[in-house]
Design a protein around this ligand. Structure first.
Ligand code: DAK
Length: 261
């Protein structure tokens, strides 16, 4: 694994733990960090020893406080467009990674930070976390897919309220409206994220991958097409050893041992 300037990486028994690490800027995303994150995700995607990923922010105060405003302010149109394209590609990478990605939201998840959390499969937040899309206060709309993913996650009306007001909400409110899956005490955050990842890692990896693909692809289709897509991935799983093992273990009343094949 290469060294990264603005990311910390740790492998823990098949779990890849990635922390965005720009302590002087509350982990705000500059172009270099986005670029590093893209490279690390490519490596993790190909690394068969890594089965699931936790994405968090380093320190106690912030997950990611958004895109780096100082860097953005000075952007030219061309630089802005290039940055926009590479940044959106990185979020798509998270969303489409063939492995589960859990966001452990340890503090501020604002603007691009909230958007990066929404690109993850599951969000667990510390009860100190604050989430929001404050871009309208800076004269811009969200640019990392926030208008799209937020509305899909919490519905049109609530998404518009958060987007139009730019207000931050606390973790219990984020849980109430379905923006995060779970809220825990700050000192329990990483354990809760690891427990969730380990539970998922104990299931058949190809089946989990099939669920991820079917939910992601299906949400962009009409119901009939989504159901047809589900039938395809369902059928494909009958070509795996894990389908045979899973069903045999149930019928033989023994513990299951998935190979990931
Ligand atoms: N960018 C750069 N620096 C930041 C930052 C940010 N987003 N957030 C915080 N910092 C820096 C502060 O400037 C400060 O630096 P120093 O003054 O110490 O050098 C340091 O981090 C500590 O911050 P504060 O002193 O402000 O800390 P407080 O506890 O008082 O306040 C806060 C914490 C999170 C409430 C506050 O820092 C804040 O409001 N930060 C900005 C939050 C924000 O507006 N985020 C949204 C940014 S816009 C795009 C894709 C995505 C985007 C845009 C385009 N394309 C693909 C085109 C995304 C846009 C955004 O995310």
């Amino acid at each position: 694994m290469r060294a990264y300037e603005n990311l910390l990486f740790q492998a823990d028994n098949g779990l890849g733990i990635v922390a965005i690490n720009r302590p002087g800027a509350l982990n705000a995303l500059n172009a270099a960090t986005i670029c590093e994150l893209g490279r690390l995700l490519d490596e993790l995607s190909k690394d068969d020893t890594i089965k699931a990923i936790i994405l968090t922010g380093s320190g106690e105060k912030s997950f990611v406080a958004g895109a780096d405003i100082a860097e953005m302010q000075a952007m030219t149109v061309i630089k802005g467009r290039n940055w926009s394209k590479s940044a959106q590609a990185v979020l798509n990478k998270i969303e489409n990674l063939p492995k589960p990605v859990i966001a452990a939201i340890n503090g501020y998840a604002l603007g691009g930070g909230c958007e990066i959390a929404m690109a993850c499969d599951i969000r667990i937040a510390s009860d100190k976390a604050k989430l929001g899309q404050p871009e309208v206060s800076l004269g811009i709309p969200p640019g990392f897919g926030g208008t799209q993913r937020l509305a899909r996650l919490i519905g049109k009306g609530r998404a518009k309220e958060l987007l139009f007001t730019g207000e931050m909400i606390d973790a219990p409110e984020a849980y109430r409206i379905g923006l995060v899956n779970k809220v825990v005490a700050p000192e329990e955050l990483m354990d809760a994220a690891k427990a969730m990842a380990k539970k998922i890692m104990s299931r058949a990896p190809v089946a989990v991958q099939a669920c991820k693909a079917a939910v992601n692809e299906g949400l962009d289709m009409d119901l009939d097409s989504g159901i047809a897509y589900e039938a395809e991935v369902f059928g494909l799983c009958f070509a795996t050893d894990d389908q045979k093992e899973g069903m045999a273990a149930f019928l033989e009343k023994r513990q299951v041992h998935f190979s990931g094949k």
